[in-house]
Design a protein around this ligand. Structure first.
Ligand code: NAD
Ligand code: LMR
Length: 337
């Protein structure tokens, strides 16, 4: 069954994709055969800003490509088997990476590190060699560590451009808007929430005080809403009961973020969304990757916005976020060093 949000987006792509810009782009999905990769590839096939899709996986990508390629949109689709990674990356401008294992109940995202760190490092090594100027969107968990791994790998290869690397935290933003809409009775279109920090438990910090619908929520209702935003991923892992983690809502979020980046790359102004990037905001505390509102532009990261005013509760959430985030980032860096 297809997630309602993704199905709505397919029925009416304008809900998910804005098309005001006109230049088109070749996009690769690495891990295209997986639970996220398949619906993400389908949604990207519906994005008018994608001119060509390169689908790669160690298993099943040619089949996914053959299937998706029949959708009646203009883009071309090609599938690449395990030994064809270099061909898959040839000429791509944007690389989206959902390759890697997902959680099972009882696991943290950090428990995925041992398997996913080397997958992401090896894919980043290939991107550095074949498409060194590509924009890289990392979905694979633990994002707080896999993004520093990609950065360090590109740095080693001498091709790291901080404006071209993004940890995809859009699912936290999507969840926050949806859950706040549920609590406030408003439409999710009216309840955007800036979510800062990283992408796991306490490192996910929703700034509800900056939302007209969120700022009045207090007490137990506030605590429950924050907990749901921070641990929404666990809700899905538990409900899927061993069959993996969020795939459909993640595909929606991944396609949404990719479209935002493509709009920025195509010259649209004012495209602003939270994403986990190399950032100097907390560098004085030894934290050099952080998610906050980022303006996307012709070269990727155009401007990193400050986090803005925080409530007393949010100050406390930040206190819990920063040490854990720092540990996750250092673990990623140490893996490559
Ligand atoms: P999945 O197991 O369904 O799919 C993963 C795919 O990656 C598989 O098809 C597998 O063959 C492929 N793969 C493995 N090694 C590869 C390699 N070296 N090169 C190319 N492909 C490779 O898992 P999923 O549910 O799609 O989740 C993928 C990842 O995304 C997990 O790490 C998960 O935790 C993460 N995730 C992140 C977010 C987020 O918000 N950033 C949300 C949901 C899931
Ligand atoms: C999520 O937030 O749904 C993903 O990070 C997957 C997970 O492991 O929870």
């Amino acid at each position: 069954m297809f997630a309602r949000s993704a199905a709505r987006a397919l029925a009416s792509p304008s809900r998910l994709f804005s098309t005001s810009a006109s230049r088109h782009t070749k996009v690769a999905v690495l891990g295209a055969g997986g639970g996220i990769g398949q619906p993400l590839s389908l949604l990207l096939k519906s994005d008018p800003l994608v001119s060509s899709l390169s689908l790669y996986d160690i298993r099943g990508a040619p089949g996914v490509a053959a299937d998706v390629s029949h959708v009646d949109t203009a883009s071309e689709v090609n599938g690449y088997a395990a030994d064809k990674l270099d061909e898959a990356l040839d000429g791509v401008k944007v690389v989206v990476i959902p390759a890697g294992v997902p959680r099972k109940p009882g696991m943290t995202r950090d428990d995925l590190f041992n398997t996913n760190a080397s997958i992401v490092r090896d894919l980043a090594t290939a991107v550095a060699r074949i498409a060194p100027t590509a924009h890289i969107l990392v979905i694979s968990n633990p994002v707080n560590s896999t993004v520093p791994i990609v950065a360090a790998t590109l740095e080693k290869a001498g091709v790291f451009d901080p404006a071209h690397l993004f940890g995809v935290t859009t699912l936290d933003v999507v969840r926050a808007a949806r859950f706040l809409a549920g609590v406030s009775g408003a439409s999710p279109n009216d309840t955007p929430v800036t979510v800062v920090g990283g992408h796991s438990g306490a490192t996910i910090v929703p700034l509800l005080s900056q939302s007209p619908y969120g700022k009045g929520i207090s007490g137990e209702a506030y605590a429950q809403l924050v907990h749901r935003i921070q641990f929404g991923g666990d809700e899905v892992v538990k409900a899927k009961d061993g069959a993996g983690s969020a795939t459909l809502s993640m595909a929606y979020a991944g396609a949404k973020f990719t479209n935002s980046l493509l709009r920025g790359l195509n010259g649209e102004k004012g495209v602003i969304t939270p994403t986990f990037v190399k950032s100097s905001l907390f560098a004085d505390q030894g934290i050099d990757f952080f998610s906050t509102n980022v303006e996307l532009g012709l070269n990727g990261v155009e401007k990193i916005h400050p986090i803005g005013p925080l409530s007393a509760e949010e100050e406390k959430l930040m206190e819990a976020c920063l040490p854990e985030l720092k540990k996750n980032i250092e673990k990623g860096k140490a893996f490559v060093a």
